[in-house]
Design a protein around this ligand. Sequence first.
Ligand code: T1G
Length: 702
Amino acid sequence: MGEGVQYETQGAIAVITLNNPPVNALGHAVRRGLLESLEKAVADDGTKAVVLIGSGRGFSGGADIREFGKPRPEPLLSEVIGRIEASPKPVIAAVHGMALGGGCELALGCHHRVADASAQMGLPEVKLGLIPGAGGTQRLPRLIGLKPALDMIASGDQVGAARAKQLGLVEEVVDGDLRAAALDFANQVIARAETPPRIRDMTVDASGAEDVLDQARTNAARRMRGLTAPQYCIDSVANAIKLPFDEALEKERGFFAELEGSDQSAALRHLFFAEREAHRIPGVAKDTTTRPIDKAAVIGCGTMGRGIAMSLANGGIPVTVLEVDQSTLNAGLDMIDKTYAGSVSRGSLTEDARNARMALISGAASLTDIADADIVIEAVFEDMDLKKDIFTKLDQAIKQGAILATNTSSLDINEIAAATKRPEDVIGTHFFSPANVMKLIENVRGTMTAADVIATVMKLSRDIGKVGVMVGVCDGFVGNRMLYAYREQAEFLLEEGALPHQVDKVITDFGFPMGPFAMGDLAGLDVGYMVRQHQRKMNPPAYREPYIGDRLAEMGRHGQKTQKGWYLYEAGSRTPVPDPEIEELIVGVSKELGIARRDITDQEILERCVYPLINEGAKILEEGIAIRPSDIDLVWIYGYGFPRGRGGPMFHADAVGTKTIYEAMARLFEAHGALLRPATLLKELAKSGKSFADFQKEATVR
Ligand code: T1G
């Protein structure tokens, strides 16, 4: 058979094995091999049934995403699946591990499905800005019902073996050897001498369909704000009720083709590969042996310490939290339990899971209690002297070979590492608040950080369900350094004529969940103020900074927590309300500065905020603080809510065009001075007609 597919017979049963590592992606060769194998089995009179099984880590991870956006050679997956379904001999899918996307659709084209306990099945195409394009939107609702099918397809969530059995997605969950069990199952099917049952011949129960569809649309609009694929998923599933099977299949193919060519799908596919590319780190071999992380410790039980401890427990890692005294510790542990209780009351966590996670979290008041931790993450107040003191003590108390990590959001890792005798074991793990929710961790490498420490922390990031991105040492690392550039321009715009709600609306219309001013009120204007004071102490700014934000902090307007910041907040409400007092203050500042206020267009606001963000990203690349543009995209998607459908700031820059952005930056620099000087890299790309993607390809670490 074609490479990627093996064929053998076992008595009256033909066994077709998908063997295309690493995930049995259904690329052209596999599709061709599948068809040839099926035709061989059908033509062989000695064969009465077929078992289709995957080798390696699972059944199949779906269509080969790398083929998208290019012409796909025949046979298409939908054709292969149609031919399997039309087979006169029963085909049994035997699923272990993942059966996702086209892999799940392939199983749905079979006449029976059995699985072992490791099965994970789903149609995650929507997460790539697509819809299931090989019959999934037509077969799944017929097999498991409208609502469960909609839930799976519009969310892209997968189900495990037990749930798959409960739904009827598989007929049996077998113990022991899957292949042997599947052969047994096939022999029983042969004995029944039945006409192979085809899902396409089943009908969908349409009772209550309109309400179910409406609810699905509402959920999708909320859960995947601004993304179009979820609505296409729902439209296509709705056709399973409205249209004959083949007509609906044709429509599904049309929807798929439209989405495959969309900017949003290109952006989401870019992010899929970016998350995997981020694990390729210069100087760290892919097969670097990582250190075992069987137990962790967190220093500090404040907001960040609690979130980090929960993140570790959520990933199944026992964690001990250290605080200065028992009462502070108890208060912190209580807060953690309350946070889990909140998730349980919202239905996003079961009581059992809450108890299991709490059981993994313990407290300690002395360093000797955490001496055998495999990793210690310091999460105390952002003060260099305090951190250095703690790391000196950790160096003395914690076992050799342990990783000593700091959650600092901007301090110099190298200076902290120098407070120990083992700088090679020191690394930054910058979690984003709330740490138990936000997926991003900026892992900060010091000049001495060992390769296996980097590999271990990057693996730990993934193991606890986070997106780890390796960054270098500079003020603000990658995310916050770019945030400063973006926030400053937003504030300068106020001095020149804009108002907070106008700027915020432009930014939320662009796709961010919040604009810079509502975000400042959420984070706390006092927090930003302290960071700026600290930065001014370290490096007196070479330019005039906007100071309305400082003025508000000094007035005690700290944002939501004081019900007054850039906006007003009713008691208990998080809804920002424009405040005439602030508008007067802003107009007054313009006057003080001798700036004649002017009408500022939404387009200028957008360019003035987003382009400097991109420009700072280009500088970060020039300085080697980020390894590649797609890493910066991940930082902004997972740390700051950059709209996923735009792929991140650097992917968006390519969509706009580096030339357009460079020319806009040159104009802004002309008009507003040094802060907006175009980055050299941006200028070079613009002049040579290249994109950030070209830059990444040329610099790729393999
Ligand atoms: N196509 C191409 N490459 C893939 C791939 C795929 N579907 N899935 C994984 N890879 C690569 C990945 O880039 C990485 O490469 C390596 O395999 C290991 O992946 C018609 C149109 C399957 C759960 O969305 O969710 O079917 O970095 O590190 O953690 O309707 O990969 O080593 O060079 O993630 O064990 C739908 C996507 C496709 C599933 C395994 N399927 N994949 O996770 O390994 S669209 C998906 C995953 C489709 C049909 C539609 C995960 C995984 P490299 P990995 P993992």
